[in-house]
Design a protein around this ligand. Structure first.
Ligand SMILES: CC(C)(COP(=O)(O)OP(=O)(O)OC[C@H]1O[C@@H](n2cnc3c(N)ncnc32)[C@H](O)[C@@H]1OP(=O)(O)O)[C@@H](O)C(=O)NCCC(=O)NCCS
Length: 187
């Protein structure tokens, strides 16, 4: 079993985390199997959003890990020589704006490939539930590609249920199509 990181901290993101978060998201986009967008936002845009978004409507969190615990893999980014902490995971929640849908927030979560299966994804989700309850969000909703076995296993284990399936919604890298699932969790 993978070793659990000893020193990880789940905390609110800070604007200066943006470049590491964008690097993390870039590595997930390069995997090609999980996200559906065309790539991460520019770090400067994300930094501004973290600094300026209304905390009642947006929540950004990172899993900060100890660089010294990083497994040595070909895909692992090289740590800054003077940085002993780095961003190993990311979560964002965006509450819907219309009055009739403010009880709902949309979730995105990602853990860097080399830090997976060490509890960071679950810990990020659980921090997200705390924010949701603080601001009065009752339902967390998300989209996940039907082939994303790891994410679906995590969400079902955390009490999310399937609310819908969009057939052949996503074009895959090999030119075929994949369903999109809509999952949600109340409370
Ligand atoms: C989905 C993701 C965030 C999970 O993060 P993680 O830190 O690896 O997950 P955790 O270690 O907290 O795992 C918690 C549970 O999820 C399930 N799980 C996680 N990865 C799994 C896998 N590869 N296969 C089966 N179950 C898995 C297990 O039940 C696990 O509990 P266990 O380790 O005690 O068995 C991570 O795989 C990831 O970033 N994937 C790419 C981006 C992505 O898919 N984001 C979600 C888009 S909707």
């Amino acid at each position: 079993m993978a070793q659990r990181p000893q020193g990880h901290v789940i905390r609110r993101a800070r604007p200066e985390d943006a470049s590491q978060v964008v690097a993390l998201m870039g590595s997930v986009y390069r995997e090609g199997r999980y996200f559906v967008g065309d790539g991460p936002p520019p770090a400067v845009s994300l930094s501004r959003r973290i600094a300026a978004d209304d905390p009642e409507y947006a929540f950004y969190a990172v899993a900060e890990v100890a660089a010294a615990e990083a497994p040595v893999t070909a895909s692992a980014p090289v740590a800054d020589a003077d940085a002993d902490r780095r961003v190993g995971g990311w979560l964002e929640l965006h509450r819907l704006q219309p009055r009739r849908m403010r009880h709902v927030a949309m979730l995105t979560v990602a853990v860097a490939p080399e830090w997976r299966r060490r509890g960071l994804g679950r810990a990020l989700l659980r921090r997200g539930y705390v924010w949701a309850s603080e601001v009065g969000v009752a339902k967390i909703s998300l989209n996940v590609r039907a082939g994303n076995v790891a994410a679906i296993a995590l969400y079902l284990d955390e009490g999310f249920v399937e609310e819908g399936r969009e057939r052949d919604q996503v074009r895959t890298d090999d030119g075929s199509y994949e369903d999109n699932l809509i999952l949600a969790r109340w409370g």
